[in-house]
Write a protein that binds this ligand. Structure first.
Ligand SMILES: C[S@@+](CC[C@H](N)C(=O)[O-])C[C@H]1O[C@@H](n2cnc3c(N)ncnc32)[C@H](O)[C@@H]1O
Length: 478
């Protein structure tokens, strides 16, 4: 190791660490170290050198591959596998291993196809997990320095030799959010008051007539950054904008005073499906931060009662602030776990029970695929099923089960399992709440055509909901 430069003024040492040929980078490795005046430079540099000495390049990839193997064969979570790494692996190395593993997991679908191609392209035996890690690194990361990869092994060679072909096999990216919605809070004002304020603040309105929902979607794609349009379904309540308009909207007084709120259309669809009357009695389970609560209160003109329950105290504090800002006065907030509270909540006079439990959030545009972990989805599905089974015991006239997840496991599978396993579910029938909405479940379940799905193709986030109506409340067919 060699100290090549030192800037006394900035107290910065630029050093070049020279490693033996089998070491990390196979070429001189440059590091910049910031150190305090009284620390011994040599000691610091030694520490860094030792840390890098421990990081044998093959090791990092092998460890990531062994984690993938464990996840696959032992069904362990990534978190558990990471915590099982030997203590000799430094935090710095752990981060690198985690990044490699995540890349390999999040692109698994495409990588599986690429792996198949690689295995067919060479006769040499290969470690399929190492292959998965290396494809993740080489094909899904921008600008990879080849010298940083394990060399002269069939796994690297086959990828490097077929890089273009493999890159062409990548699945298209998930669409990012293309539009946002501004809900007019009708507890405080009307659409007719808001539009002139927006126009006075530099926005323009696209008043093109939409013959159909399809033409509305097409016209929305042509919207400019500071242009807005009335929503096709919620003409009195929703305005659609480009996401870049957010920064202009959030500094307007109408936003700060709670006269408008940015809220996705999908959650309003679930509220519309409830067909709430003015004096409705609603049980709002998993309520925080309260955006659907506020939309329900607006439908009920603050007249009925909404009993809102959540187990997260901090989220409830934020919810209370939001309710105050939006002028919601018909909602009473209870802190607690629904499973524990349920025996005391049974009441056949409840008009609607909204169950909106924690989910993977895979339908949210900000949700990167690496946060979506199959084991987590399995756990969530178990929890969601228990919540829905508990919801059946309340005896409400209608139940809405909703998530902002696109996973069948958290949606259709939960509904099916809870219905199969709850004795009380026999009292309920799944009813199509919005016959005009164009998207349904694409699953094979018999109720698939009656449950609502939505996603970015319909200009909303990924969303699912199902309406279950108590049999004595079903309206006879006309
Ligand atoms: C998807 S968020 C709800 C969003 C909310 N309905 C809205 O529209 O703003 C899920 C909520 O469920 C709550 N939760 C999870 N498990 C719960 C339980 N067993 N009992 C009560 N609340 C729970 C979480 O604390 C979280 O706030």
């Amino acid at each position: 190791m060699e100290l090549t430069q030192r800037n006394e003024k900035l107290n910065l040492s630029r050093i070049t660490l020279k490693f033996p040929p089998d070491m990390v980078s196979r070429k001189p490795f440059k590091l910049q170290i910031y150190e305090s005046e009284n620390k011994n430079t040599c000691d610091n540099l030694k520490k860094v050198a030792i840390m890098h000495e421990a990081t044998n390049i093959e090791n990092k990839y092998q460890l990531a591959a062994s984690i993938l193997k464990k996840i696959d064969s032992k069904k362990l979570s990534l978190k558990k596998c990471m915590s099982d790494l030997p203590s000799s692996v430094s935090t710095w190395e752990k981060k690198a291993i985690y990044a490699l593993t995540i890349k390999a997991i999040q692109n698994k679908e495409s990588i599986d196809k690429m792996k198949k191609f690689c295995l067919e392209a060479t006769k040499e035996p290969m470690d399929q997990y190492l292959l998965q890690v290396l494809i993740g690194k080489l094909i899904f990361e921008r600008k990879v320095a080849l010298y940083s990869l394990p060399r002269d092994i069939p796994e690297t060679n086959v990828i490097v030799n077929n890089r273009r072909k493999l890159a062409s096999m990548k699945a298209p990216k998930r669409d990012a959010q293309t539009h946002i919605y501004l809900r007019i809070n009708r507890l405080k004002c009307k659409m007719s008051e808001i539009i002139p304020i927006l126009l006075a603040n530099g926005f323009t309105q696209d008043e093109t007539k939409d013959e159909s929902f399809e033409s509305f979607v097409t016209n929305c794609h042509a919207l400019k950054m500071r242009c807005f349009k009335k929503d096709f379904h919620f003409k009195k309540e929703l305005l659609v904008f480009r996401p870049k308009a957010t920064k202009y909207i959030t500094c307007l007084d109408i936003y700060l005073e709670g006269k408008v709120i940015i809220q996705d259309k999908a959650s309003l669809l679930a509220v519309k499906a409830m067909k709430l009357k003015k004096r409705a009695n609603v049980l709002d389970v998993c309520c925080a931060p309260g955006t659907k609560t506020a939309a329900m209160a607006a439908c009920m003109k603050n007249k009925g009662t909404i009993t809102s329950i959540d187990r997260d105290e901090n989220r409830l504090k934020d919810m209370q602030k939001l309710m105050d800002k939006l002028g919601v006065s018909c909602c009473s907030i209870t802190h607690g776990d629904f499973i524990d509270l349920a025996p005391n909540l049974q009441n056949p006079e409840i008009d609607v029970l909204l169950l909106d439990p924690s989910c993977s959030g895979s339908g949210r545009p900000d949700m990167s695929a690496n946060k979506i972990d199959v084991h987590r989805i399995g756990k969530l599905a178990g929890f969601q099923t228990l919540m829905l089974k508990t919801a059946f015991t309340i005896g409400a006239k209608k139940i809405i089960y909703s998530t902002c997840s696109t996973e069948t496991f958290e949606n259709e599978v939960v509904v099916k399992t809870a219905m199969d396993e709850s004795p009380e579910a026999a009292n309920y029938t799944i009813v199509d709440p919005l016959p005009d909405w164009p998207m349904r479940s694409d699953s094979n379940y018999p109720f698939a055509s009656k449950v609502i799905r939505s996603n970015e193709t319909l200009l909303t986030r990924g969303f699912f909901f199902c309406l279950l109506v108590r049999n004595d409340q079903l309206t006879p067919p006309e």
